[in-house]
Design a protein around this ligand. Structure first.
Ligand code: PLP
Length: 400
């Protein structure tokens, strides 16, 4: 009789967004005239930059001509033109990454989930809490032990390592989803030192790096000395260039990264990852890779900045409202997420209901991202400017 992977039974139900949708539906049915503003979604709303659309159209035309048609890409790791563009981008902020260490993918979520294939199930996995749920779910699916590092008000939602606690695989996300907090170089150096000491590997999720506005904050873990010996980085064009519906990202595995197998053999992690991807992934489509290449041109960077600046201004509007109201929050400055403390000790869901019923504004209850999210709430800056302003005007009139 076929057996299922029983680890799936340990996963929490996909409860958060289903419950949000259920509560909105019930509220709308009872209040059909209510003009609901949604500030809970993590998806972008502005269209793809014109230079990127042009590049994709040109590539689509090439696919229709015998001489320029492209089938399978040889390596499945991405065309050199894109890997070189990404490597150059890294050099722009002082991160030491070579083109041959980059693999192009169909977005960061796939690699965040798939990377677990190359690590043994006996590893202890450390996840900062609250966190993007993919880190926990994908490790639960393979039955690994998960431990948590608390991100909370006391540490500004930037959990730090504890040398007395051992972990083998560490997930860090900066700028963080959901809290918007960003590690400094000194803080990341502590994590790198911890990983080297514990012979651990850090999986660094940099999906929101392009929202960093303060020049001293690290946009890549490879800006930190020692990271090439202990880190893998995942990044995405989803939020940087509006690629949520296009699907393109990249993962960097430094050539220096090695682990000793149980037989004493030194194993190169990039080769192992290449072997995994070679067996299970056939690469990203040519037009999407050409579109991604255009993101990294001077004109592409200029055009995507306009959208990022638009979202940043939204974040500023939200943050200044919270400042005015004296509500504690993290994020907003170097991140599209604003993570606020529910006023008067309210629970996340209690605050959700109050915001929905009194201001007709929807956000995401922090409790859905882990135990330290209880009592907190996530708003996103990915919405429309006028709607964001309107939501904040309504918010200001609420009594707590
Ligand atoms: N990492 C984080 C922290 C995210 O918030 C997201 C998406 O919301 C992703 C990765 C995945 O993005 P994508 O698969 O669209 O590249």
């Amino acid at each position: 009789m076929v057996k299922i992977n029983e680890n799936f039974l340990k996963l929490q139900k996909n409860y958060l967004f289903i419950e949000i949708a259920k509560r909105i539906k019930a509220f709308s049915a009872a209040n059909p005239e209510a003009d609901i503003i949604r500030m809970g979604i993590g998806d972008v709303t502005l269209p793809i930059a014109p230079v990127v659309v042009e590049a994709m159209k040109k590539a689509a035309d090439e696919m229709g001509v015998k001489e320029t048609f492209r089938g399978y890409e040889d390596s499945g790791a991405g065309y050199d033109f894109l890997k070189e563009a990404v490597a150059n981008y890294y050099k722009g902020f002082g991160a030491d990454v070579n083109a041959d260490e980059i693999r192009i993918n169909d977005g960061a979520k796939s690699d965040c989930g798939n990377i677990v294939d190359i690590f043994g199930d006996g590893n202890t996995v450390l996840v900062t809490d609250p966190a993007y749920p993919v880190y926990v779910d994908t490790n639960l699916m393979s039955g690994r032990k998960i431990i948590y590092a608390d991100s909370n008000e006391a540490n500004g939602f930037a959990a730090m390592p504890d040398d007395n606690v051992h972990a083998d695989l560490i997930y860090l996300c900066s700028p963080n989803n959901p809290t918007g907090s960003v590690y400094t170089k000194a803080q990341l150096k502590e994590w790198v030192d911890y990983a080297i000491k514990h012979e651990a590997i850090i999986i660094f999720d940099a999906a929101y790096e392009s929202f960093i506005s303060e020049p001293d904050l690290p946009r890549s873990i490879f800006e930190i000395e020692g990271a090439r010996k202990c880190a893998i980085e995942m990044c995405s064009l989803s939020k940087t260039a509006g690629f949520t519906g296009m699907r393109c990202g990249y993962t960097v595995v430094p050539n220096d990264l090695e682990v000793t197998a149980s037989n004493g053999e030194k194993v190169n992690i990039a080769s192992l990852w290449g072997r995994r991807q070679g067996s299970k992934f056939n690469g990203v489509s040519y037009p999407v890779q050409r579109a991604a290449e255009a993101v990294f041109t001077a004109e592409g960077q200029k055009q995507i900045r306009e959208a990022i600046d638009y979202y940043r201004e939204n974040a500023k509007i939200i943050a200044s409202t919270l400042d005015e109201m004296g509500i504690y929050y993290t994020g907003g400055k170097n991140s599209p997420y604003i993570w606020l403390k529910c006023p008067n000790g309210m629970g996340s869901w209690e605050f959700f209901d109050k915001l929905l019923s009194e201001a007709n504004v929807v956000g995401t209850p922090g409790a859905g991202f882990g135990k330290n999210g209880e009592g907190f709430f996530r708003l996103t800056a990915f919405g429309d400017r006028e709607r964001t302003k309107e939501a904040m005007n309504r918010f200001k009139t609420m009594k707590f």
